[in-house]
Design a protein around this ligand. Sequence first.
Ligand code: FES
Ligand code: FES
Length: 164
Amino acid sequence: MNEIDIALTVNGEPVAERVEARKTLVDFLRDDLGLTGSHIGCEHGVCGACTVRVNGEIVRGCLTLAVQCDGAIVETIEGLSDSGEVADLQAAFEQRNALQCGYCTPGMIAAAQDLLKQGGVPSRDAIREHLSGNCCRCTGYHAIVDAVQSVAQERNKARAGVKR
Ligand code: FES
Ligand code: FES
């Protein structure tokens, strides 16, 4: 078995582990670190359930090897949630019924935050486009777009208020 030592930061904590060279990032996060908020669906880069942030960019955890993240800063839904960064998105998803089983939700929230941190209020089409790599089997997507757009509007209002 080919194993490699890696050291990275996960949700603000230093992590040093020996991993199989072939282990995916999402398997590493779930199985080795117990961070089960990142889900596994297709394992082929299609569904987005495994979306996490690496060095500030969202990636597919099923298409990224853990060893590729040596030295990286990795953030999962647990980290995004604990820091409060996505608290408004999580509340909006709940209020607008943008989740049912919740399987897609961690990836959906990570992808939505990736769009909203660019600022402004994206159009519904832009939101759909940005979330097009994240599949939801339950909601039909309208409520998800509603939730993301409402948060964009609220954040924009808050930013405008700060500038006044
Ligand atoms: S499990 Fe990674 S994209 Fe589906
Ligand atoms: S809420 Fe069930 S897959 Fe999206």
